[in-house]
Design a protein around this ligand. Structure first.
Ligand SMILES: [Zn+2]
Length: 340
């Protein structure tokens, strides 16, 4: 999650924050594959992705590239390739793209993508995104970014593995799914903006974006709640998307979906502060799953030992179930709202 900087104060003063379809056919149910998403796998991946060795995964650094290699190796091990039409797991982004007023100079970096082709409507694409960059190191201290956004990063690995297992058993998604690990989020949502401006698949064929950014912890207002997630953006462009998220949750998961931060007047403005926004800006229905901020947000103490793994697994299952319903529904979600 990206921090917002108050222009009147310099750097020292940061606002806290970061930031079924009813038509789907009967035989297509995610139920059988929900159990493929396991807390222990998420933990195994996260202890590596958010380890000190990755040096806080700042955009363009060797630590980030090492984390990226780990992700690619997981896809390869599961027999999942890069997308059709691409020549590698990387979407390279030149350093100039990251140039911004007051931003530090960043090196070349890469989005990372993996792909499961749809069986019936392969040209319609669901994008599931999470940013794999974090804020790096400061004064010799590693900012591990286990929750932000190591949690979303490893969720994508597990969701992809579950879809791949389903595909192997003849239950592959009808539409294609692009797993997009974006870079440069912490410096201004750059990786998702780059993708939205240089999409591998036409924007018009991109049916929705599910964005996962910080789902491994409990936020300030929810410290005693192990069964919630904040949902942001689901109803801004598409009533179908909102309904599908609600129905999949009711049917398969049963979490408390909290819409507090979806309020247009919420001062945190989280809707504008993670990668789904770059998809929404292009008119793509987008949904953002988020746990809220906590004491370790953007601190060196956002470490893997503080993650609530059963809760991370539960939220990952929700994202998987919603992705399943979107990918398999007879109709893609209609855009029937103005995005506000
Ligand atoms: Zn962040």
């Amino acid at each position: 999650m990206k921090k917002i900087i108050l222009s009147s104060f310099v750097l020292s003063f940061l606002l806290v924050g970061c930031s079924s379809n009813k038509n789907s056919t009967k035989e297509s149910s995610p139920e059988k594959y929900l159990s493929e998403i396991k807390a222990e796998n998420l933990s195994k991946h996260l202890y590596i992705v958010a380890s000190d060795e990755m040096e806080g995964r700042d955009t363009g650094t060797p630590g980030q590239k090492k984390a990226g290699e780990y992700l690619i190796n997981q896809y390869k091990a599961n027999g999942i390739s890069f997308p059709k039409g691409a020549s590698a797991f990387y979407q390279p982004i030149p350093a100039e793209f990251f140039k911004k007023q007051f931003s530090p100079k960043l090196g070349d970096s890469e989005n990372i993508w993996a792909f499961i082709e749809g069986t019936e409507k392969p040209d319609e694409i669901l994008v599931i995104s999470a940013h794999y960059d974090h804020v790096g190191m400061k004064n010799g201290e590693v900012y591990n970014g286990a929750d932000d956004d190591g949690s979303g990063t490893v969720a994508l690995l597990e969701i992809a593995a579950a879809f791949q297992k389903a595909k192997k058993e003849g239950n592959g998604p009808k539409r294609s799914i692009l797993f997009l690990h974006v870079t440069g989020e912490e410096h201004g949502l750059h990786g998702s903006r780059f993708y939205a401006e240089n999409p591998l698949f036409p924007i018009a064929n991109t049916i929705a974006n599910i964005n996962i950014d910080m789902i491994g912890r409990r936020g300030y207002e929810k410290e005693n709640n192990d069964n919630y997630v904040y949902v942001i953006g689901s109803d801004r462009l598409s009533s179908d998307l909102h309904r599908i998220s609600e129905e999949a949750n009711t049917k398969y998961i049963g979490m408390e979906l909290d819409y507090k931060y979806n309020d247009l007047n919420d001062p945190n403005r989280f809707y504008y502060r993670s990668d789904h926004y770059n998809f929404a800006k292009k008119g793509i229905p987008a949904i953002f799953y988020f746990n809220g901020v906590h004491d370790d947000y953007h601190k060196p103490t956002d470490t893997p030992d503080k993650i609530d793994y059963p809760l991370l697994a539960k939220r990952t299952k929700l994202a998987f179930a919603v992705a399943w319903e979107l990918a398999n529904a007879v109709e893609r979600p209609k855009v029937d709202k103005d995005g506000k």
